[in-house]
Design a protein. Structure first.
Length: 85
């Protein structure tokens, strides 16, 4: 029984460290994060959850850091220009 408990603790620690850990690296413009129906105050470095809803307004951008592999993902939304005939 002790071996099973030790194995489960070891397995949980490996799974926990293998999960990506994301944080807000940088943002500009109109960016909002909703967590559980509540708008979160944006600060560089805040941890992001898998269930967070991120809204990026026009002429705005966001950069998200994956701390596991130090990779930064960027998203940008530009102003929509009307088509001219």
């Amino acid at each position: 029984m002790n071996r099973l408990i030790t194995f489960m603790i070891l397995l949980l620690s490996v799974v926990a460290t293998a999960t990506a850990q994301y944080s807000l690296y940088d943002y500009s413009g109109n960016v909002a994060i909703k967590r559980g129906g509540t708008t979160v105050t944006l600060e560089k470095g805040i941890k992001l959850n898998a269930t967070d809803m991120i809204t990026i307004g026009e002429n705005s951008s966001i950069q998200i850091l994956n701390s596991i592999n130090s990779q930064i993902t960027s998203r940008q939304r530009r102003e929509r220009l009307p088509l001219r005939a």
